[in-house]
Design a protein around this ligand. Sequence first.
Ligand code: PAF
Length: 280
Amino acid sequence: MQILTTVAGMRAAARQARASGKSLGLIPTMGALHEGHASLLRAAAQKCGAVAASIFVNPTQFGPSEDFSRYPRSLERDCEMLRREGADFLFAPLPEEIYPKGFSTYVTVEGLSERLDGRSRPGHFRGVTTVVAKLFDIVQPDFAFFGQKDAAQHAVIRQMTRDLNLPVNVMVCPIVREPDGLAMSSRNAYLSPSDRRSAAILSQCLQEIERTHRQGERASSKLISAGYQILQREPAVRLDYLEIVDPDTLLAKDTSSGQALVAIAAFVGNTRLIDNLLLL
Ligand code: PAF
């Protein structure tokens, strides 16, 4: 695996891969890789002739009181996983490479960026779309792979890709879960043993909503109430949002008919976790 730390180096490596006729897949990450990322790497390896991953803890997507400085960083372990999963390139730039002195251009997807996590974390999606637009421009991948766990994030990125006519196919891979249902996330590492046990309630809440939906209930208010009842069992969990929305517009829906995404965000101790599920 070739490790590139400069924009020029990554551009040249990607150009060479494309020149040899290979399709190029990109997996943008912030590192602290887990099985969810491994599933993205495998999907990319299946679809593309060459695979690049990026590891960059992106300062612009963290709010001033968020966890940027303590976000888990584990470059050596991450490299082992990337090699094991057959990545060809790792792009691991320093912040000043991506945001040189005087940087002042941002990409904002209006509307969508203020919904769900964007409402709770003002400016978050502006940071995400800015860095992802830059990564798309530097690597020029044919395909980019994102996890369904970040449902609002991939909706915003899909919209940006359409609006800016970026020649990248955005691929979304299923959520990978722990045996008790907890969605895999780099932030799970923050959880104390007791918070870790409590955190399973998020997926149990979603499952209850899905069960109620399968029984024929379609009113969002009733489905959400069924979820609240489960959440009440865990007083350690502080809800940020639990909503039924359209997965493309992220706007709230009164009923779960048609396309519907149930999305939840909650604090378990000090750790903010998100999860979601599509109602079919
Ligand atoms: O999902 C993430 O890890 C990040 O938001 C991303 C897409 C790598 C942008 O920094």
